[in-house]
Design a protein around this ligand. Structure first.
Ligand SMILES: NC(=O)c1ccc[n+]([C@@H]2O[C@H](COP(=O)([O-])OP(=O)(O)OC[C@H]3O[C@@H](n4cnc5c(N)ncnc54)[C@H](OP(=O)(O)O)[C@@H]3O)[C@@H](O)[C@H]2O)c1
Length: 271
């Protein structure tokens, strides 16, 4: 199936590793030009080299940008750099690291503020910065203009040890639905994708942190995660990235305002 992604321009936030980098890889394989960002130059450089090698593409097709998505000015500069390099923008993927674990007595006001900045405000500010270029892209012939926000299974089924994620992701779901309604008539799709337990650095840090807090072995923690899904395993980055790539493609042009869970069947609700 041709996804209609050839030569489209994409910006993937939080893409020096994990789910963001995996999406960047799929988009490059489908023929996109991709800007990746993270907080550190050396991590951006390593990811760029990795992507060029894996996808057999030249350096002009991958733009590495140092951008902390909690900083609005850095976001504006990053989006501008992308538009300057690629001549426009068709696809925005919002993403960042996940917040720490903790329940009500573990978290002070600054922990709450940091999580809202990292996962909610970054999504809003990335979208605000990209929307003018996405509106322009939506007017072109054979248009493709889409936003995809990475949230978490915790937005649909809160995770007991992850208050900060449960709350900040719920805000992103509300933002996404509102934005899909407003931008729909302009031809811009807005969706969210909710990963379940997927093998990345984040997952390793999460199991280490729970091991420290509870004394349970990492093996036990991961076994429980795997068995919570219908497919009885932890997902791979590639599986997640395939679903994300479809959602921002031309083949998904009548899909907007949805929250797609990619979790091997871990969420147990009917809808
Ligand atoms: N993996 C899972 O099982 C899972 C499940 C549910 C939800 N999620 C959520 O999905 C998102 C991605 O997860 P992941 O597993 O890919 O995490 P990851 O492996 O830790 O990767 C996070 C990426 O975000 C970048 N990043 C972190 N803070 C940033 C900032 N302030 N500005 C710009 N870039 C930033 C990191 O790059 P630098 O460190 O180089 O800046 C890295 O490239 C997270 O929000 C996570 O909580 C993951």
């Amino acid at each position: 199936m041709d996804l209609g992604l050839t030569n489209r321009a994409a910006f993937v936030a939080g893409a020096s590793s994990g789910l963001g980098r995996a999406i960047a890889r799929e988009l490059l394989r489908e023929g996109c030009r991709v800007a990746i960002c993270s907080r550190y130059q050396f991590r951006v450089d390593l990811a760029k080299e990795w992507l060029m090698e894996k996808c057999k593409v030249s350096s002009e097709r991958v733009l590495g940008i140092v951008c902390d998505v909690t900083d609005e000015d850095q976001i504006k500069r990053g989006i501008e750099q992308t538009i300057d390099a690629f001549g426009g923008l068709n696809i925005l993927i919002t993403n960042a690291g996940g917040p720490p674990t903790g329940k009500i007595d573990d978290l002070d006001a600054s922990a709450w503020r940091n999580a809202i900045e990292l996962n909610l405000m970054s999504t809003i500010n990335l979208s605000r910065a990209a929307i003018p270029a996405l509106r322009t892209a939506a007017k072109e012939e054979n248009a493709l203009s889409s936003i995809l926000m990475i949230t978490s299974l915790s937005a649909k089924q809160p995770i007991p040890s992850l208050y900060l994620s449960n709350v900040s992701r719920a805000g992103v779901q509300g933002f996404s639905k509102s934005l899909s309604e407003e931008l729909g008539e302009k031809g811009i799709t807005v969706n969210t994708i909710l990963p379940g337990y997927t093998r990345t650095d984040r997952l390793t840090h999460l199991s280490e942190s729970l091991n420290e807090q509870t004394g349970r072995s990492i093996e036990d923690i991961e076994k429980e995660w795997a068995s919570s899904s219908a497919l009885k395993r932890i997902g791979t980055e590639e599986e997640f990235a395939s679903a994300a790539t479809f959602l921002v493609s031309q083949r998904a042009r009548f899909i907007t305002g949805v929250a797609l869970v990619v979790d091997g069947g871990a969420v147990k609700s009917l809808l």
